[in-house]
Ligand binder design. Structure first.
Ligand code: SF4
Length: 461
């Protein structure tokens, strides 16, 4: 779903122009970037050892070696040893299912409309789950299956995938296990499979309850399907339910948005994600905007919608814990908190993005390439931030949280890298301007700052 964790993370962690170091496997020729996720785990020395035991064989590519047992624990001190070791401290995994039955007009997320390939895809995905399972020894705190539309998978395939995850990836007894669902795809057999597979949280892409606004988004589901889905999910014993909503849809009034919020509250979800509509490049929605066929909601109205959300959800007993996220007490999304607290997760499936041991990367968003390269997917956008980049990223992510950043952590971040003085001055300016405040030993966005969060955070990156 477009408003899911991974797509927003991509926006949040976009770091154009900031210093970065592209990392390479120790065995790679200079200039050759890592090709697959295996390059990130297996130290170059391991590749050389494997090669030397196979005289007469053609040189091994990293992807070939991935299927072989790791050669020696002693090699964990190699350049990528830190990343391999860090897998024991992995918080969660994100699994991307790249199928949708229709492309919504606002969506720039990697998903395709291709009903023929789910079987081959799930077989391939299970190979990837198996490959990474050799390295994940500490129980996971969260698993998040997003997309795309995970619930578009035939139920037998979904059962196979959930079974493989349950068998091969250790998780804590209290782990959060989320699956995203399109309301039109939720059926009784599906929710039964989810519950039997250990899923304990479902995130439903409601977006709006008004057919006019769903039409403006080219979102193909009936408003009534949301309530039907919520009821079905609950009937399977899953009571941790998120609803995704979008505001500032062309033609939407403040009254329309409040009606959407009230309808969502009537369904008693435990969590709500409310995002202002984004006009991503290269989407049909943006093309319609440029062609003058739709008009953007003006900034004052969008701000009024956001402020009304703050008030309405506070009045309904929801905790506002991140700029765009609200939860009942104890129901914050633990998986998304991994992102916002800069922790570690592993990506599975095409286009999924991960972060382990200060290294970020993305699996190539191409189903054909994913099906071909097994068991490790081809990767792109590999980067390891320097101190300066790490400090900026943690400031930006930490201040998205309503609790903000503790004073001592803030001081440590300002001491990292060469832009500390510049950032401290920017913080001071925003405090003077009423956009940031220090309260209870923590720096956080004020209500005014929440409305201007993009520009405030951009100054600190
Ligand atoms: S359901 Fe729509 S918004 Fe969600 S991933 Fe598919 S195309 Fe994108």
């Amino acid at each position: 779903m477009q408003t899911s964790s991974n797509v927003r993370l991509a926006q949040l962690t976009s770091r154009g122009g900031r210093p970065q170091e592209e990392i390479r496997p120790a065995s790679a020729a200079p200039g050759r970037p890592p090709q697959t996720a295996a390059d990130l785990i297996l130290p170059g020395e391991a590749l050389e050892q494997v090669s030397s035991t196979c005289s007469g064989s053609p040189p091994l590519r990293p992807a070939d070696t991935a299927a072989r047992p790791y050669q020696s624990e002693g090699l964990a001190g190699g350049r990528y040893g830190a990343l391999k070791t860090a897998l024991n401290g992995l918080g969660g995994v994100y699994v991307h299912i790249p199928f949708c039955f229709h492309k919504c007009h606002y969506c720039d997320f990697y998903s395709i409309v291709d009903p023929r390939r789910p079987r081959a895809f799930v077989r391939r995905l299970i190979e990837e789950v198996t490959a990474i399972s050799a390295y994940v020894r500490a129980p996971l705190e969260t698993i998040f299956i997003g997309g795309g539309t995970p619930t578009l998978l035939p139920v037998d395939l979904l059962a196979d995938l959930l079974g493989a995850i349950a068998d091969r990836l250790p998780r804590r007894p209290d782990a959060e296990f989320t699956v995203e669902a399109n309301p039109e795809t939720v059926t009784a057999p599906l929710v039964e499979v989810l519950a039997e597979g250990g899923v304990n949280r479902v995130s439903i892409g409601a977006q709006s309850f008004d057919p006019r606004h769903l039409k403006a988004l080219e979102r193909w589901h009936e408003p009534a399907s949301v309530e039907r889905s919520v009821d079905l999910v609950r009937s399977a014993g899953i009571d941790n339910i998120n609803l995704d909503l979008i505001f500032a849809i062309p033609g939407q009034t403040l009254g329309d948005w409040l009606a959407d919020l009230d309808e969502a509250l009537r369904l008693e979800p435990s969590h709500l994600s409310c995002y202002g509509l984004m006009y991503e490049p290269n989407t049909p929605l943006t093309a319609r905007l440029r062609a003058g066929r739709i008009r953007r909601v003006d900034e004052e109205l969008e701000a009024a919608m956001y402020e009304a959300t703050l008030d309405r959800l506070a009045g309904a007993g929801f905790e506002h814990y991140e700029i765009s996220n609200w939860a009942r007490p104890g129901r914050r999304c633990r998986h998304n908190l991994l992102y916002w607290t800069n922790r570690q997760w592993w990506p599975l499936g095409p286009s999924a993005a991960g972060h382990v041991a200060g290294t970020r990367w993305k699996n190539v968003p191409n189903l054909g390439a994913y099906l071909k390269h097994r068991p490790w997917p081809p990767i792109q956008d590999v980067e390891r931030l320097d101190d300066d980049g790490r400090a900026g990223e943690e400031l930006m992510l930490g201040l998205r949280l309503i609790d903000g950043i503790a004073r001592d952590r803030l001081e440590a971040l300002l001491a990292l890298g060469r832009r500390g003085g510049e950032r401290a001055a920017a913080i001071e300016g925003h405090v003077d301007g009423g956009r940031l405040e220090e309260r209870g030993g923590r720096l956080r966005l004020t209500r005014t700052g929440l409305l201007l969060a993009d520009s405030v955070l951009a100054d600190l990156v």
